[in-house]
Each structure stands twice: as structure tokens, then as C-alpha cells.
Design a protein around this ligand. Structure first.
Ligand SMILES: NC(=O)c1ccc[n+]([C@@H]2O[C@H](COP(=O)([O-])OP(=O)(O)OC[C@H]3O[C@@H](n4cnc5c(N)ncnc54)[C@H](O)[C@@H]3O)[C@@H](O)[C@H]2O)c1
Ligand SMILES: [Zn+2]
Ligand SMILES: [Zn+2]
Length: 411
């Protein structure tokens, strides 16, 4: 079969690799109809996540048809059309029983690596390095899905792949980010990053009754989309980063500051503020693992007694972390990998009810063969790219990645 294979920093290619097979009685094998590239894949592409090996298959947002099932699989059967959550969870350990699926104790055969670094073993994830289990990912024609009695969600035939695919990750991630932000009706919520996660966090905050959602971003197409879905926007280039905190205060009742701040950027923040330049230099000298300037800003901006929610991924030890400000203002901090399985069914109901159509942010749809170019386009936010979906069985008809939302870019 064909799969997108990681060979090193900024080096991926579509290779022919062996087909997956059933290895455990609870496995299924999925024929993938649609898959996507996530902001988290960029951390792998940029070589920032340890324990990747040349030959690893990437991809953790995918869906398709069950083509083989192990003898203990009861949740789904051959022929079912399902979406798969990005984290792998056994369904029967103490953590899974508490619905803390991304903390599953059983699903990562290499748990000892994160046990040493984090103090406890992390759960497995598809296509996300050997410390998260070394599982092959789903930017491929087929994938093995372990613990299939817990993860896969059947989806109704009348909803397109594009409408349900993001139940695999970014929709639940945005939703959990808003839930972690403790959004209540009437609240003002500030969100850093109008990437897919920030945009779904914004939509989710609105579903929870937020009165005002302010997005901080500097990429024009993303700013436009954030405005289209009803957000106010601060462009941190044009509106002068140094005044960010004053601008946020001005947009809130009595200048109190946002009730909740969401960091939907994570370890690879860009920008030219002094904090960002400091982080670039430290990372360039390999003295830092992450560029946490957005997290510093979110803590600084949040009103006293407010909540900072962090869906953006961080990997290591954060430098100049303003813990004094967080303590002094009595902030609540909530974060983590999404407990995806917990949210898939209720969010599918929102899609079926017509509350949201998650396909609103897809700008690029292309055959898997073009995945290497698609990574470059998505990484550099070229050609208005917001979200790429890929079709593993579509023939390569065009020679290059195209934005199908803007006809002029395809001229
Ligand atoms: N917690 C989870 O389970 C989970 C799941 C999916 C993704 N993520 C993480 O969420 C983050 C976002 O993912 P995405 O797919 O939206 O990625 P993305 O790269 O498409 O979006 C990130 C956005 O942040 C913006 N940005 C960068 N620096 C900024 C700054 N200084 N201030 C404001 N905005 C800035 C970028 O312009 C970009 O639009 C990533 O870190 C990803 O790894 C976490
Ligand atoms: Zn992801
Ligand atoms: Zn478990």
C-alpha cells in the first residue's frame, strides 16, 4: 500500500510499504477514505518530537471502512464506515473508566519512555513517535486500529467524510479547550491562533454561550475566517504586539481582561516580539525545547480569577514561565491531550442537528500522492492553507497542491 513516511526533519515521502494485518483479537484494519494533516504533525515534521525513526508512517486524523476485524471485536464489523480517535485507549483500565482516555495506562507498549520523563506512562497515539507507542499512522491507504471496541465511531451515510472526519481530533480538541476554559454564557474568551484548533475552540466557546470571542493571529486568510465565524480579531503584526494586553483589556467589560484565555498555538509560536525572539534564539542554540511566548501572554492577559486553557502542545521544560503571575491572580490552568473518545458521540449529535458543519475550514483536498507538498503548504501557511484533507485512493490528477476555495489561486 501507499503511505506517507517520515525520513527525518522536513523529509517525508509517499512510499510503498507492507499492508497492515490483524495482530490482536481487538484490532480492525481500516481502508482509509479521507485523512488530514494536523498542526501536531508539524512538530514531527520540524523534528521537535524525540523518538521518531526513519520509516515511521505519519497521520492521526483519519476515517474509512472496516475491511478486517479481530475475533473479539464487537463494536464494529466489516463494512462499517467509522471515524477513529487519534489517541489509542484500551477502554478497561482505571483511566479509561474515568473517561480520561488520553491517559490510558495500557495502550502504549513503550510507556517506560514517558514514565521516565513525565513521571507516568503516556497513552499510545497513531503516527506519533515511538515514545507514544510507535503505531503506524493513517496518512496511508490502510491502517491497523488497536482496541477497536473503544475507539471507532460509526457515522451516518448522509454525512460526508468532510463533515465528520474532524471528530478524530481537532473538533473535540477545540471543544475540550473551551470546556477546560470553563466558558459560561456571557463570557469573553481570548484565543491565540486561528488554526484549526483555535477556530474549533472559538466555535465551541460560542456553542457554550460566550458573548465575545477574540482571536489573536497574523495570517490574513485565518483572520478572515475567524471574522466570518463571528470573532473579533487582534492582528498581532498590524495592531502592534506591545499593546496586546491593553487591547484585550479595552475589549472587555470594565477593562477586567478576558475571563478565559486559550493557547491554541503551543510550542511553535512565531512572531517578532522580544519574547518570541528570545525563544527562537534559545531553541536555535538547543537550549530550549519549546517557544512558549503565547502561554506567557495568555497568563499575563487573563483576568484575576480567570482560566487559562492550553490545547496547544508543549514538549519539555518551559523557560521564563510566569508562575508568579498565575499564582498572584489565582488563575486556573487546564491542559492536555484531548480525551477524544469522550466527545465524539455528543459532537456528532451537534453535526447532525446542524449546529455546526466542521468542513468550513477545509481549504485543500488532494490525493495522498501530493502529501509532501501539502506538508510544505500547510507548514508555511502558503496559498491560504488552513486545513488539508487527503484521499489515499484518488489518482493524482493535478500536478500541484491547489486551494479549491479560491478559484483565482488555481488559475
Ligand atoms: N491537545 C491536543 O490533544 C491537540 C490536538 C490537536 C492539535 N493540538 C495542538 O494545537 C496547536 C494548534 O494546532 P493547529 O492544527 O491549529 O495548528 P496550526 O499550525 O494550523 O495553527 C497554529 C496557529 O497559531 C498561529 N500563531 C503562531 N504564533 C502565534 C502567536 N505568537 N500569537 C498568536 N497566534 C500565533 C499561527 O499563525 C497559526 O495560524 C498545535 O500545537 C497542535 O499540536 C493539540
Ligand atoms: Zn492532531
Ligand atoms: Zn485504558
Amino acid at each position: 500500500m501507499k503511505a506517507l513516511v517520515w525520513h527525518g526533519k522536513h523529509h517525508v515521502s509517499v512510499d510503498n510499504v507492507p499492508d497492515p494485518t490483524i495482530e490482536q483479537p481487538e484490532d480492525v484494519v481500516l481502508k482509509i477514505t479521507t485523512t488530514a494533516i494536523c498542526g501536531s504533525d508539524l512538530h514531527l515534521y520540524d523534528g521537535l518530537i524525540q523518538t521518531m525513526e526513519s520509516g515511521d508512517i505519519l497521520g492521526h486524523e483519519f476515517m474509512g471502512e472496516v475491511v478486517a476485524a479481530g475475533k473479539e471485536v464487537t463494536n464494529v464489523k466489516v463494512g462499517d464506515r467509522v471515524v477513529i480517535p487519534f489517541n489509542i485507549a484500551c477502554g478497561h483500565c482505571w483511566f479509561c473508566k474515568q473517561s480520561l482516555f488520553s491517559a490510558c495506562d495500557e495502550s502504549n507498549p513503550n510507556g517506560e519512555i514517558t514514565d521516565k520523563v513525565y513521571g507516568h506512562p503516556a497513552a499510545g497515539m497513531f503516527g506519533y513517535s515511538h515514545m507514544f507507542g510507535g503505531f503506524a499512522g493513517g496518512q496511508a491507504q490502510y491502517v491497523r486500529v488497536p482496541y477497536a471496541n473503544t475507539g471507532p465511531l460509526q457515522v451516518p451515510a448522509h454525512l460526508t467524510d468532510e463533515m465528520v472526519l474532524f471528530l478524530s481530533d481537532i473538533f473535540p480538541t477545540g471543544y475540550m479547550a473551551a470546556e477546560n476554559a470553563q466558558v459560561k454564557p456571557g463570557d469573553t474568551v481570548a484565543i491565540w491562533g486561528a488554526g484549526p484548533v483555535g477556530l474549533f475552540a472559538a466555535k465551541s466557546a460560542m456553542l457554550m454561550g460566550a458573548e465575545k470571542v477574540i482571536i489573536i493571529e497574523n495570517i490574513p486568510e485565518r483572520i478572515n475566517l475567524a471574522q466570518q465565524i463571528g470573532c473579533e480579531v487582534i492582528n498581532f503584526d498590524a495592531d502592534n504586539d506591545e499593546n496586546l494586553f491593553d487591547q484585550l483589556k479595552d475589549k472587555t467589560t470594565n477593562g477586567r481582561g478576558p475571563d478565559s484565555c486559550i493557547d491554541a498555538v503551543g510550542m511553535e509560536a512565531h512572531g517578532t516580539s522580544p519574547g518570541e525572539i528570545y525563544d527562537w534564539i534559545k531553541m536555535g542554540l538547543r537550549l530550549a525545547t519549546d517557544r512558549p511566548n503565547v502561554l506567557r501572554q495568555a497568563i499575563q492577559a487573563c483576568r484575576k480569577g480567570g482560566t487559562v486553557s492550553v490545547p496547544g502542545v508543549y514538549g519539555g521544560f518551559l523557560d521564563k514561565f510566569p508562575f508568579g503571575a498565575a499564582f498572584g491572580k489565582g488563575l486556573t490552568l487546564k491542559m492536555g491531550q484531548t480525551h477524544t473518545q469522550r466527545y465524539m458521540r455528543p459532537l456528532l449529535d451537534h453535526i447532525e442537528n446542524g449546529d455546526i458543519d466542521p468542513s468550513f475550514l477545509i481549504t485543500h483536498s488532494l490525493p495522498l500522492d501530493l502529501a509532501p507538498e501539502a506538508y510544505e503548504t500547510f507548514k508555511h501557511k502558503k496559498d491560504g492553507c488552513i486545513k488539508v484533507v487527503m484521499k489515499p485512493f484518488e489518482e493524482q490528477t493535478a500536478g500541484k497542491v491547489k486551494n479549491f476555495m479560491t478559484p483565482e489561486s488555481n488559475a
